[in-house]
Write a protein that binds this ligand. Structure first.
Ligand SMILES: Nc1ncnc2c1ncn2[C@@H]1O[C@H](COP(=O)(O)OP(=O)(O)O)[C@@H](O)[C@H]1O
Ligand SMILES: [Mg+2]
Length: 369
């Protein structure tokens, strides 16, 4: 079975690494061969926003999937021809716009932050009057890792936020004073079988994920999230992994955004769950029976940003695993991650403290250079 992955980033690379033992073969589409995927699979050089380039990939493979969220849906559909694409391009299109994403959440009984669309400074002022401050102004499309958004805390921030973001459709969201951020990684196969990983607790630093810990929640919250996502996936006859990011406030879940793909907050599943999100994504899109999503204990994943720590400093701890994506260092860039598995939460917390110190020390050294 030959699989084409649009985008050759670390997500595609980890997908391929999970699929080789199952007898699958991988070809990536990306602009350069200096990408994590190109180190582990064939590459078709091209632009994933161009139909012709996607077609060149589609012609070589049995099935298409993607590791990037901004593939234009029309180009994707017209290029694919008879080659199946999973996950659902329809849900991909919805998730690409924060407005349609919130509307889909509402249709499936999921609470969201209050919001207003904003297309002018007049709209923005009116929206602030209605939603109050603080609030968050966001580009509706193409945001990631906290880019394309501005917090508005006082009247003096309104114009600067408008100037920074105007020129694209915007949305103003009421600020959610959350207790924490959690995400759920779900998977469905083409026959409709579904499986869910335990919710993970996600800590961000300057808009970028730093740490995920799972499992993190009680049965009530888990069941609530699962039933919402089950309804969403069934409605789109979805296949593959779907991730939903939530704010948790006072024991309630407020949906923030979704990603119709494998997700950074699920990297802990590689060594921390019976079956990884990457293998389950492949099982889902190929309509194979899904794998067990049970955690192997208490698991943490730490992102390495801008500089990798030394391998030996990390793997000297038992059941700690090192992933270097093979990317060139750049400030704050996601270069790799480290996973720790422990039998109980207290011993996990203590190894996380030590690993975070190792990771931060390496990052600080590189920042000084
Ligand atoms: N309405 C909000 N209220 C409070 N914090 C928010 C809100 N929206 C975003 N944030 C914070 O900013 C981070 C990034 O926002 P998000 O919408 O997830 O965009 P991105 O696509 O960059 O991940 C969130 O993880 C959260 O910490
Ligand atoms: Mg996010």
């Amino acid at each position: 079975m030959s699989i084409g992955i649009i985008g050759a980033g670390q997500l595609g690379r980890m997908m391929a690494l999970a699929g080789y033992p199952l007898g699958m073969r991988f070809t990536f589409l990306d602009k350069t061969s200096d990408t994590p995927g190109a180190q582990v699979g064939d590459i078709v050089l091209g632009d994933f926003t161009r139909s012709d380039d996607i077609r060149r990939l589609a012609e070589q493979v049995d099935l298409l999937t993607y590791d990037v969220e901004n593939v234009p849906v029309e180009a994707l559909k017209s290029a694919a021809g008879d080659t199946p694409i999973h996950p659902s391009p329809a849900l991909l299109g919805i998730a690409q716009d924060r407005l349609t994403e919130k509307q889909a959440f509402a249709e499936h009984g999921m609470a969201t932050a209050p919001y207003r669309t904003v297309d002018s400074l007049v709209d923005l002022r009116a929206a602030i009057d209605e939603l109050g401050m603080p609030a968050v102004l966001k580009r509706r499309q193409l945001g990631y890792d906290g880019r394309g958004q501005r917090f508005i805390r006082q009247a003096g921030d309104i114009e600067s936020a408008w100037e920074a973001l105007s020129g694209a459709p915007l949305i103003l969201e009421g600020f959610v004073d959350f207790d924490r951020e959690v995400s759920l990684i779900a998977v469905r196969n083409r026959s409709g079988e579904m499986a869910f990983y335990p919710l993970s607790d996600n800590r961000h630093e300057e808009g970028i994920l730093r740490l995920s810990i799972a499992p993190c929640a009680d049965r009530t919250l888990q069941t609530q999230a699962e039933s919402q996502i089950r309804s969403l996936m069934d409605a789109f006859d979805y296949a593959g992994v779907l991730t939903v990011e939530y704010f948790e406030k006072g024991g309630e879940l407020i949906a923030n955004e979704m990603a119709p793909r494998v997700h950074n907050s699920g990297h802990w599943t590689i060594e921390g769950a019976a079956t990884s999100q990457f293998e389950n994504h492949l099982r889902g899109i190929l309509d194979l029976p899904l794998g067990d999503t049970s955690p192997r204990g208490h698991v943490a994943m730490i992102n390495c940003l801008g500089q990798m720590p030394a391998l030996a400093d990390c793997i000297r701890y038992p059941d700690v695993h090192y992933h270097d994506y093979g990317k060139a260092p750049r400030p704050r860039r996601k270069l790799g991650h480290i996973t720790a598995v422990r039998p109980d939460r207290a011993s996990l917390d203590s190894v996380v403290d030590e690993l975070l110190a190792v990771v931060r020390a390496a990052e600080a050294t590189s920042a000084e250079c």
